[in-house]
Design a protein around this ligand. Sequence first.
Ligand code: UD1
Length: 430
Amino acid sequence: MEQYIIKGGKPLQGEVCIGGAKNAALGILAAAVMTDDVVTIENLPDVSDVNVLLQAIEEIGATVRRKDKHTVEICGKTINNVSVEYEFIKKIRASYYLLGALLGKYKEADVALPGGCDIGSRPIDQHIKGFKALGTNVDLSEGMIKAKAEKLVGSHIYLDVVSVGATINIMMVAALSEGNTILENAAKEPHIVDVANFLNSMGANIKGAGTDVIRIKGVEKLHGTTYSIVPDQIEAGTFMFAAAATNGDVIVKNVIPKHLESLSAKLVEIGCTVEEYDEAVRVIATNKKVATQVNTMPYPGFPTDMQPQMAVVLSTCEGTSIVTENIFENRFKYVDELSRMGANIKVEANVAIITGVNGLKGSYVSAPDLRAGAALVIAGMMAQGYTIVEDIKYIQRGYEDFEVKLRGLGASIEKVSDDKEIQKFKLKMA
Ligand code: UD1
């Protein structure tokens, strides 16, 4: 089993380049099968979630050709199966984007029902509400969502919950429905805009993505395109917070600073300096950082996917911070691990009360999910001594070459698979 070993205590310094957004990629790859033409997707992050979805896309018969590490060509003409098995959904929930993509294109799709996951129960009632409103008959049986429509017709849909997944899935179906769809209370995340831009580059007619009302004029068919994925706001944020946590000075390049505003604002509140450039942000931090309050919210609010990394930064800020998680009910699983490193955190329902301590101490910890895993790596870089982070498969779902990029900033971190490699790292560091 691969692990990360980290020797902490060094401020991160230098420049890091951010890759394409994993969450945009998942929507875009699924949407790419909606035409029979070849679609080329560039700036694709090479992370395991993306690679599993590509396997699911091949499994239904589409042609997938990896041109290089970050470019893929997909052709949906050869699709011979509209059923996506549990094997894929289990590995990556976002395989359910194939439901919207296949339903839009073939008026029929069967996809295994995603269960709960590491961070919460995650229902999909809003996706189903949207499909039904567009004329789909949805049957849930034997662990499958079976969706079929005689005819897809545009509709006026109001989402009861702001959902990224439902917004993307409904947008895909509506793009190939007859007439107009108005989707209200839509999610506004940058990756919603990116999926909409991608669909528009295939000939769809989608307006208003990035606001809470999206208007979609259905078209008969979509065509091939070449499209480059937007930079990953969460990867960028993770490096910004790693800089803050280690009292470092880091330039995070290839980002859209506007997408990072809620993160920059919190860093400034706790006493960091954040400089914005056209396509970069620089975070400069010292050990004089103070507590604050954080509430996770849909975009443009503070993202739930940055909540664990923020809590780690706050663990050594002076005073008492309050972090409220409003999106997923099970997102404080890393707190016990962080407490083992010396943090002082109490969780009551969806609120974490963090009393700043002087420093963290290295320990054995286990990544409970993707973002919490990244947060524990940050904690390891702050801590005195050695930290070993287990279950890094979660981190590899969403961060490309995480340890390589961190080493580029001066971190002492290595991917190891056994005790011998751990000893070797310690000898090197001694
Ligand atoms: C996406 C992101 C995930 C991020 C989350 C919130 C992807 C692949 N994943 O997940 O990284 O943490 O947005 O920014 O893009 N809900 C319902 N009914 C539904 C759908 C959602 O009640 O039909 C609830 C969820 O339980 C949750 C909230 O709505 O409380 C937001 O979920 P949603 O935005 O759908 O998250 P995902 O799209 O699953």
